[in-house]
Design a protein around this ligand. Structure first.
Ligand SMILES: [Zn+2]
Length: 157
């Protein structure tokens, strides 16, 4: 499985392989595919595209934060969309949440995880067991997102 120069995914498989098996294979490697795709996207962002993604982030992240906050009873002060290159999100002691616009390029489950992670810091300003229990209660699959972040570099605090 590889991406060609135009960024189109190509899958090579033996002739006798059933389509279904190929589909299953792709499904199994979905995370790798998404990771490769967003790497491609962020590595060659021109200023115009950057503005586009910033706009997307400003439109999509605050409502998503509000949704999670409503559903799980979090209260925060403000949300800021930053241009941070390596830090995905952070939370201050004044209950201000910061998210990088680059989340607009990450898969949805990763964006949601970063949001949930920062919201949970409103209750636990650390990475204690209690904190992770809180994250896991809201998002049982959060380790998948952690894995994605590890593969893609950058930090979350
Ligand atoms: Zn954290």
């Amino acid at each position: 499985m590889r991406f060609d120069r135009a960024g189109v995914l190509q899958v090579k498989a033996p002739l006798f392989m059933a389509n279904r098996q190929i589909q299953d294979f792709i499904e199994k490697h979905k995370m790798w595919i998404e990771t490769q795709q967003s790497k491609r996207q962020t590595s060659k962002l021109d200023p115009k595209k950057k503005e586009h993604y910033k706009k997307l982030a400003r439109e999509s992240i605050p409502p998503r934060v509000a949704d999670f906050a409503d559903r799980y009873g979090f209260t925060y002060n403000s949300i800021k969309i930053t241009s941070a290159m390596t830090r995905w999100g952070s939370c201050t002691s004044k209950k201000n949440l910061n998210f990088t616009y680059r989340l607009a390029l990450a898969p949805d489950f990763v964006r949601d995880y970063v949001i949930v992670h920062e919201l949970c810091h409103l209750r636990q300003m650390n990475h204690s067991r209690k904190f992770w229990a809180e994250v896991g209660r809201i998002m049982p699959d959060y380790k998948l997102a952690e894995k994605w972040l590890k593969q893609n570099g950058g930090s979350i605090s």
